[in-house]
Design a protein around this ligand. Structure first.
Ligand code: SD4
Length: 331
């Protein structure tokens, strides 16, 4: 591609960054299709979570609150036994326990989170109760479970036969290795803006399959797996929590948008930070981040090819492949 065409595709900042900072991997970066124009309401989620964005859209389209929309959206994969990375049906830890992490933020900057929570189908709703009904931001483990039960949530066996079989197969070798784009419908990170310009975000996961017992990832950590600031925008992520945690990627994305970056540039910046700080782990793993700004513009980017995202905007529920930092492997 000649340099003029690349400049036109990437815009001024992209062309500027590409030379000195290796902002883009080869020419694979492109703005997402409808990025230049924003529109409200909008909801975006990691992976092809179109059923979740549809559930969120129902709330948004009826004039509802972004917070209710993201909670309703995240409920979909949480209750889906076929989604092996979230809630019911999630793959267990090494010892066969399904342990869940989730967090949520509202338009006032309130936040709630649960981590290492067992036996509850909808951790996102427990996180919301932590936010709304306790003086705390985060509850973990047995304390989170006790709180959930006291709030009327029911104890459920979350380990499906499929997940148990996968765990039993894994035990034969007991080899721990996160797999890039595993199943392609992974952790859900979702952010939304409603018609009244209120921003909210949510994130929910069963974490990495066959993790050590007690391991907590980025998803319940405010600023790592998700961050929302009503003045600016919001971001949510998926992928190897250990490298997201160490860079507080979603907080970084929102701060870069605060400094004036388009959401697309902001997510590229955060992914690049991971790749440059932790090159080995970044090269062997996936992280994907989605973001929206106050104008309803969005961005999405991954370390590796294969990260996609769902966006419901202008009455259309669509899924797109995100750009990526590392070149795609040869086909
Ligand atoms: C974690 N970020 O626990 C989550 C899980 C995930 O791909 O997104 N896996 O690290």
């Amino acid at each position: 591609m000649n340099s003029r065409r690349r400049f036109l595709q990437q815009g001024f900042w992209g062309a500027l960054g590409a030379g000195s900072l290796r902002l883009f991997s080869r020419d694979e970066h492109l703005f997402p299709p409808q990025a230049p124009k924003g529109a409200l309401p909008v909801v975006i989620a990691t992976w092809d979570n179109r059923k979740a964005t549809a559930a969120a859209w129902e709330v948004l389209n009826a004039g509802g609150r972004a917070l209710d929309a993201v909670e309703a959206g995240v409920h979909i994969p949480e209750a889906d036994p076929n989604d092996t990375s979230v809630g019911y049906g999630g793959f267990p830890d090494r010892d066969g326990n399904v342990t869940l992490d989730a967090c949520i933020m509202d338009e006032f900057g309130n936040a709630g989170s649960v981590s290492f929570l067992q036996h509850i189908m909808h951790p996102i709703s427990v996180a919301r109760r932590v936010m709304e009904r306790t003086p705390h931001v985060m509850l973990a483990g047995d304390g989170a479970l006790e709180f959930a039960l006291s709030e009327g949530f029911k104890k459920t066996n979350l380990l499906t036969d499929t997940a148990r079989r996968a765990w039993e197969e894994w035990k034969v070798k007991s080899e721990y290795k996160p797999i890039i784009n595993f199943e392609r419908h992974d952790t859900i990170g979702m952010v939304a803006i409603d018609a009244q310009n209120r921003i909210a975000g949510a994130c929910s996961t069963s974490g990495l399959a066959f993790k050590m017992r007690g391991r907590v990832g980025d998803s319940p950590i405010i600023g790592a797996g998700m961050y929302a600031d009503n003045e600016v925008g919001a971001a949510a992520g998926t992928g190897l929590g250990e490298i997201v945690l160490r860079t507080l990627s979603c907080f970084l994305v929102v701060e870069e948008m605060r400094r004036g970056k388009h959401p697309q540039r902001a997510v590229e910046y955060a992914i690049r930070r991971i790749a440059q700080k932790y090159p080995k782990q970044a090269a062997e793993n996936q992280v994907g981040i989605v973001a929206i700004d106050k104008k309803g513009r969005h961005g999405a980017f991954g370390l590796q090819s294969g990260f996609n995202y769902a966006i419901y905007q202008n009455g259309q529920n669509q899924v797109f492949e995100a750009g990526h930092y590392f070149p795609a492997p040869p086909k």
